[in-house]
Design a protein around this ligand. Structure first.
Ligand SMILES: Cc1cc2nc3c(=O)[nH]c(=O)nc-3n(C[C@H](O)[C@H](O)[C@H](O)COP(=O)(O)O)c2cc1C
Length: 234
């Protein structure tokens, strides 16, 4: 491969990484099945330890998506806090530095909607929008075999990021949604997942509504020096 092409490839990856942001409001515009297939067909080249490829993906649109959302709505009407988590999204005692980052991200998100820290109903209302996939035309469920361990869950993250970057490259917005584990029983039952599979997360997919204030959120990142040590360089 010539250097010019190689630089071109690098720049596309860099651009996608630096410009992808979670999308939480979508246009009604549908997404062609062929485009989604193309994204997944490339994302399957994500690396995984031992090449286990421990991901399972269910892609929902149209009536199938509506039916899942309706059933989840019924579950949440009966149990507003959900069914208990299928796995802990965060450790029980999140250390202060991580808790601070989580809180800041939440504050910044609600600030885009002018929802204040004390406005519990306002926050709950926005949080509930997760369970409509933020009205995205496509909702995906990323599942994993229950027997898999930490290593394979890291592989799921690889797959997830690859999928989101490919979607971004094609002009699509995404939001990974671990909160779907709060209704994991309903999702697993409704989708008739085999007993050995469990829900890791949902992924909203569609064309971003760039006029919506929630999509203006730009989250912060720590500088390299906060988490990287260089040794042996002169
Ligand atoms: C595995 C995973 C689960 C997430 N779960 C949710 C979720 O349930 N709801 C949500 O609104 N955002 C969720 N997010 C989005 C994160 O809040 C977001 O990625 C983070 O704040 C960084 O912002 P950015 O994606 O805009 O760069 C999740 C992201 C990841 C990677």
């Amino acid at each position: 491969m010539s250097l010019t092409i190689w630089r071109g490839v690098m720049s596309a990856v860099t651009h996608a990484i630096q410009n992808r942001h979670s999308t939480r409001a979508f246009l009604k515009r549908p997404v062609e099945e062929g485009l989604i297939r193309e994204i997944i067909d490339i994302a399957r080249f994500s690396p995984s330890s031992g090449n286990l490829q421990p991901w399972s993906l269910i892609v929902l649109s149209g009536d199938d998506l509506s039916q899942l959302k309706e059933e989840v709505d019924q579950t949440l009407a009966q149990s507003p806090k959900g069914e208990g988590m299928g796995y802990p999204i965060y450790p029980e005692n999140l250390k202060a530095q991580y808790q601070a980052r989580r809180a800041k991200c939440g504050e910044d998100l609600y600030a885009t909607l002018n929802v204040s820290r004390d406005d519990r109903p306002g926050r709950a209302k926005q949080f509930a929008r997760n369970f409509s996939f933020f009205d995205a035309p496509v909702g995906m469920v990323l599942a994993v075999d229950r027997s898999m361990g930490h290593g394979q869950w890291a592989d799921l993250g690889m797959f997830l990021q690859t999928l989101m970057l490919l979607a971004h490259e094609r002009g699509l917005g995404t939001c990974a949604q671990a909160c779907w584990t709060l209704v994991h029983k309903t999702v697993e039952r409704h989708l008739e997942l085999p007993e050995e599979l469990m829900v890791f997360c949902g992924i909203a997919l569609g064309y971003a509504d760039n006029e919506h204030p929630i999509n203006t959120l730009r989250t912060e990142r720590e500088p390299l020096s906060e988490f990287t040590q260089f040794k042996g360089f002169v």
